[in-house]
Each structure stands twice: as C-alpha cells, then as structure tokens.
Ligand binder design. Structure first.
Ligand SMILES: *[C@@H]1O[C@H](CO)[C@@H](O)[C@H](O)[C@H]1NC(C)=O
Ligand SMILES: *[C@@H]1O[C@H](CO)[C@@H](O)[C@H](O)[C@H]1NC(C)=O
Ligand SMILES: *[C@@H]1O[C@H](CO)[C@@H](O)[C@H](O)[C@H]1NC(C)=O
Ligand SMILES: *[C@@H]1O[C@H](CO)[C@@H](O)[C@H](O)[C@H]1NC(C)=O
Ligand SMILES: *[C@@H]1O[C@H](CO)[C@@H](O)[C@H](O)[C@H]1NC(C)=O
Ligand SMILES: *[C@@H]1O[C@H](CO)[C@@H](O)[C@H](O)[C@H]1NC(C)=O
Length: 598
C-alpha cells in the first residue's frame, strides 16, 4: 500500500467501479448507516412525459423479477407480444424497482429482440431499502413493440453477500397510448393541457392564441417519426447484449445487409463507463502515476471519445455525457435525488442517410464502434433505425459530399511530484450529404456535426486537492432538401455539458481513514430548432458536502444537492428541487413561460 492517504485502495468489489484512491476514483459505499426508517423513494429530476396525465389504452406487465446474484450470468428473458386489440400510437416503458437491503449502485439495461430500449442504473441503497420509478417514451421502438413473440431481456448485474444483501426487484410495464392528432388532447409542445395544475393553466399570453395547434411532426426526430425496422448492433447476450470494451484496440462491429428499399437510416448508440473508467473525466495521464510510483487505477488521461465506424472509417463520434452513478464522487449527494441521466442514460444518434449510396449496394457493410483511450471498461451497443419505402422495390441513392472528418487533439501536462496541471483540447468536425431517390421523390440529406472538448485536471497541496473542469459542446444540423433545393425538414441542436468538480482530502486519525470535501456542478444546456419551433433546456445541478470514510465505507457526512430543470419553448416547464442530508427539502414545479425579456 502506498504511504499517501490519497491512494489507499478501497476494499470493495465494485460493479460500476473498481478499487481506487478517493480523489482519483471516488466510489464509496454507505452500508454502515443503520436506521429503521421505511424504504425511501429516490427520484430523477426530469420533465413529465406528454402522456403522463392521459389514461393508457392498454397496460402490459412484461417482467417481474428479483435480481440477486446475477454477475456473470446471462440476462433474464421473457417473451413479448403486444396486447391484442389495442390501438396505440405512443408507448412508454415504466420501470418500477425496489431494493430490500444495502447494495451497490448497479448498471442495467432492457433489450427487445436485442435492441436496447433503456440503459439505467440503480441507487446505492442502505439496509432500509429504497424504491424508484423510471418512465421513458419508447415510441421510437414502435416497429419492434408491434411484433409478437419477441424475446425481451433484462440485465442487472448484482451481487449479494453477507454485507450487501439487497436484491433488486424490478417490474417492467409498457403503457400504450392512443393519441388523437386533432389537437384536442395535445397542445403545441406535446404536453397535454390537462396536465397543467388548475392554478397554472396556460394563459393566452403563454400560448399566444389559446391552445396552439398541434406541432407538426418532424420526420427527423425518432420520437415523432419512428423507424419501420430496427436492427440491433449488439453482442451475443451471454452477459447482456452490450459489447464490453476494455481498450481502444477493442473495436467491435457487426456486418449488416440493409434492405434495398431503405430511404433513411439512423444509428442510435447506448454507452456507459465503468471500472477504472467510471470517472474518466478526472483521470491524470499515466506518466503522473508512473513517476509517482502509484498504481494506475483511473489513469490514461481525461479524454475519451466513442467513435462510430462504417466499414472501418470513422463517420461520427460522441464524447458521452458524464453520468455519475449513485455511488460516485460523494454518494451522499445522490440521496434521494440521483444525478442527471442516472436512471435514464442518454443515447446518441448518428444520421447515416448520406451513406445510403454505399449501403444500398446489396452487400454486407460493417457498422461498429470503439472508444479512444479507453481503459476497462465500457458497455456499448447500438440500434440501427431504418425507414423503408413501401412504394418501391428499390431505392436509389448517391453520395454528394464527404468531407473527411477533420479532428485535432492537444494535450499538455505539467507536474512535479503529486501536484500538476493536465489540459486536453479536442475538436472534430464533419459534413456529409447524399441524395436518396425513393417513391417520394429525390431528396438530399446533409448532416453537419461539430464537437468541441476541453478538460483540465489540477492537483494542488501535494495532491490532496483536485479540480476538474470539463466542457463539451456539440453542434449538429440535419437538413433535407427537395430536388428544387427547398429545405423541407431541418433539425438543429446545440448542446453543452459542463462539469466542475473540486475536492480535497485530509487524512483521518486512524489508518485508512480520510475526510473528503467536494463541490460539484454539472449541467445540460440544449437548444433545438426544427424550422418553425425553438426550444431550450437548462438542467443544472449543484452539490456540495463532505464525507468521512474508512477504506471505502462512508462513516459520516453531510451533503446538499440543488437542481433546476427548465424547458422553454412551445411548452414550458420548470422544476426546482433541493435535497439535504438524505431528504427532499423543497420541490416546486411550474408551467409558465418566461417572456423573451426576462
Ligand atoms: C507529499 O505526499 C507524499 C506521499 O504521501 C509524502 O511522502 C510527502 O512527504 C509529501 N510532501 C509534503 C511536502 O508534504
Ligand atoms: C411488482 O408488481 C407486484 C405485483 O403487482 C407487486 O406486488 C410488487 O410490489 C411490484 N414491485 C415493484 C418493485 O414495483
Ligand atoms: C430480499 O428479496 C429476496 C428476493 O425476493 C429474498 O430472497 C430475500 O430474503 C429478501 N431479503 C430481505 C432482507 O428481505
Ligand atoms: C452470491 O454469490 C456469492 C459468491 O458466489 C455467494 O457467496 C453468496 O452466497 C451468493 N448469494 C446468494 C443469495 O445466493
Ligand atoms: C436469454 O437469451 C440470451 C440470448 O438468447 C441467452 O444468451 C441467455 O442465456 C438467455 N438467458 C437465460 C437466463 O436463459
Ligand atoms: C437526385 O438528385 C441528385 C442531385 O440533386 C442528382 O445528382 C441525382 O442524379 C438525382 N437522382 C436521380 C435518380 O434522379
């Protein structure tokens, strides 16, 4: 064991992370706290689904299972068929779960016919247990949800020991909604009017002329225009349908021959990071560990990029949103409000329509991905969404513009013994366009993406203080033009996700004990424009607190987390929540739009 208190290894078997020193790899366990309180509900702050206030036309319980010792076991399978005689146009997956003992945070996923519907993680419960609910609109998977006798698989990698006794009981239900398109049930942004609390009914000021007409569907949005076919790009399933990637050499791919009447294609990637890469954004480079004689847990620098490849060429990439699981950084931050995305990890979309000129040659093509600079381990898989032309046996397509992606990556390291500064900047830009001639006509799709990444890790006071500052900016534009050059559909998205973590560690009086004080700020800022409509989302979270730990066990501590979630657009929604020391202190929501001036 290294003499520095910073680098005491945690004596845990961690599913989401591995053993690690507190600042470089902050994953703790809280099982020491004892109480006789009833199980508590954990929550993720997000916007209500447009369907939340409607009565589903049908409800189907698809799985009820308790996950005990499941590590290294195959996923739990069941057979899925949609309810007979049910008319529906939207579907929501509802996961209701409970733990009956203390347990680590665990990663889980739901696949239907090997295509992923949900990537999620659990809280890190105390012995009293917890329960929680996740609802996700899964309308984009309609083509699968309408088929019978598919197999549905759920993986939740849990391990039960004398100390971590918690089983995770999970019920999965699909709610099917029939939504009229005449504007009676829905207003402009999709939130039903009936959802507004009586005292906050939208005024004509908020919705210029009373309830607005239904917003036209954007064919470029998967949720508004579900694909006709979904082909999974997934592993064999013995340990779940995700590919496990342990280094950047672990590139995985799958050969697929796409139907010749495909006129639009989008790849949707699901990804999560674990083990030594759970906190990749706070990893110093290897040279720092080597020259200080430290074990390389949580190393290889703080840059990771998921690369999407077609026939071996990089055609897109994403720097994933840094989801912090419920045992991460300071687990007291995440009770009972979990961090952004922890219950519903984001997936990432890549429009492959400009490549149909290559893909429609009747040959097998290789769709794959890798993770630049990865260390163990990443769980990745993808769904290929395809739209098929009923009116044509064959669709013609051709390439117009393939700017070979430009990218740059700069790293700067300065350190002396345990103190130093590590900076990384990366940029990638690409633009692709191609035409597709189907029975609807000859349309050109252009896709432009720009990605910017900045990360700085600083260590001070002989390595006992650490500051991490990261910013990811993504600009994306998809545009469809008809043969006359008129834009018929467009979608522009600008997304930023800043992250700031500042922590300091002091040795405790006893061996292996330390006091860690941490401040964290994280946000998602997004602006989306689809021709006529503009909407913005600001979801920002601030946590601060301390913990006193012995090894990896939290003995005491205190924390507060505040979060503000605000959507502004054709519909407005704001929720503010403040949690302190394990309980929600204030929680308010509102449905008013801010005026342009405010
Ligand atoms: C810095 O930390 C190292 C490792 O814990 C220790 O050996 C060294 O004495 C410390 N230096 C100072 C100046 O405190
Ligand atoms: C699952 O459903 C069963 C049967 O309705 C119910 O008894 C149980 O409490 C549910 N469990 C969870 C975690 O929702
Ligand atoms: C937790 O649930 C599992 C599965 O239902 C059960 O076997 C176990 O005894 C329960 N543990 C406790 C402490 O209730
Ligand atoms: C889970 O597996 C571990 C290791 O194989 C074993 O010690 C433990 O008893 C098992 N727990 C249950 C509840 O089966
Ligand atoms: C579930 O299905 C997958 C894929 O067919 C298989 O690998 C796995 O063994 C099955 N799980 C169980 C528990 O049989
Ligand atoms: C479709 O349009 C593109 C350019 O707009 C053109 O190059 C191509 O030949 C057209 N395809 C067909 C089949 O007309």
């Amino acid at each position: 064991m290294h003499p520095s208190l910073l680098f005491f290894l945690l004596t845990l078997i961690l599913p989401l992370s591995a053993s690690s020193p507190p600042l470089h790899h902050s994953h703790f366990t809280k099982h020491r706290r004892k109480s006789t309180a009833p199980p508590q509900e954990y929550v993720a702050v997000t916007r209500p689904l447009p369907t939340d206030s409607l009565t589903p036309s049908c409800t189907l319980l698809i799985l009820s299972h308790s996950f005990g010792n499941t590590t290294d076991l195959p996923p739990t399978n069941t057979t899925y068929s949609p309810p007979p005689d049910c008319t529906w146009s939207r579907a929501v997956l509802h996961l209701s779960a409970a733990a009956n003992g203390s347990q680590h945070d665990r990663i889980a996923a739901v696949w239907l016919s090997e295509a992923e519907l949900l990537r999620t993680s659990t809280p890190a419960p105390y012995s009293d247990g917890v329960f929680w609910n996740v609802r996700k609109d899964v309308t984009r998977y309609s083509s699968l949800l309408r088929q019978s006798n598919l197999f549905l698989s759920v993986m939740l990698q849990n391990a039960v020991t004398d100390v971590y006794t918690g089983f995770y009981a999970v019920n999965l239900t699909v709610l099917y909604y029939s939504i009229a398109c005449n504007g009676n049930t829905m207003n402009a942004g999709g939130l039903p009017i009936s959802q507004f609390p009586p005292n906050q009914k939208p005024t004509t000021e908020n919705f210029q002329n009373g309830p607005a007409p239904p917003k036209p569907k954007n064919p470029l949005k998967l949720d508004e225009n579900p694909a006709d076919q979904i082909i999974p790009i997934s592993a064999t399933g013995e340990e779940g349908f995700w590919f496990k990637i342990e280094s950047e050499l672990d590139a995985v791919h799958q050969g697929i021959q796409i139907p010749l009447n495909t006129y639009r294609a989008v790849m949707e990637v699901y990804v999560s990071f674990h083990g030594n890469d759970e906190f990749w954004y706070n990893n110093p480079p290897d040279t720092y560990f080597e020259s200080n004689g430290l074990p390389k847990t949580g190393s290889n620098g703080a840059y990771r990029e998921v690369l999407v490849k077609l026939d071996g060429d990089i055609i897109g990439s994403v720097i994933p949103f840094p989801v912090i699981f419920a045992g991460g950084i300071n687990p007291l931050f995440w009770e009972p409000v979990v961090s952004i995305g922890a219950f519903n990890l984001p997936s990432y979309e890549f429009d492959l329509t400009p490549f149909l000129g290559f893909l429609l040659d009747g040959e097998v093509h290789y769709f794959g991905f890798g993770v630049a600079d990865a260390i163990p381990f990443w769980l990745l898989n993808a769904n290929l969404h395809l739209w098929l032309d009923d009116g044509a046996g064959k669709v013609q397509a051709g390439a117009i513009k393939f700017d070979s992606p430009s990218s740059c990556l700069e790293r700067e390291s300065r350190f002396r013994q345990l103190d130093g500064e590590f900076e990384i900047q990366a940029e990638r830009e690409n633009e692709f366009s191609g035409w597709v001639y189907s029975s609807a006509g000859n349309f050109t799709t252009s896709v432009f993406t720009k990605l910017k990444f900045e990360n700085k890790v600083k260590l001070n006071k002989n390595g006992t203080e650490k500051e991490v500052e990261q910013e990811v900016k993504v600009k994306k534009r998809v545009e469809i033009k008809n043969y006359n050059g008129d834009v018929v559909s467009t979608l522009r998205v600008e997304r930023k996700y800043p992250l700031k973590i500042r922590s300091s560690s002091l040795p405790g009086a006893t061996r292996n004990s330390f006091l860690v004080t941490t401040k964290l700020e994280q946000a998602v800022k997004e602006v989306e424009e689809d021709g006529n409509y503009k909407s913005s989302l600001v979801n920002s979270l601030k946590s601060s607190g301390w913990l006193f730990a012995q090894g990896g066990d939290v003995l005491s501590g205190a924390a507060t987390t505040s979060q503000k979630y605000q959507v502004q657009g054709s519909v407005c929604y704001t929720r503010r929540i403040l949690a302190g020391n394990g309980v929600i202190q204030t929680d308010t929501e509102g449905f008013l739009c801010q005026t342009a001036a405010s």
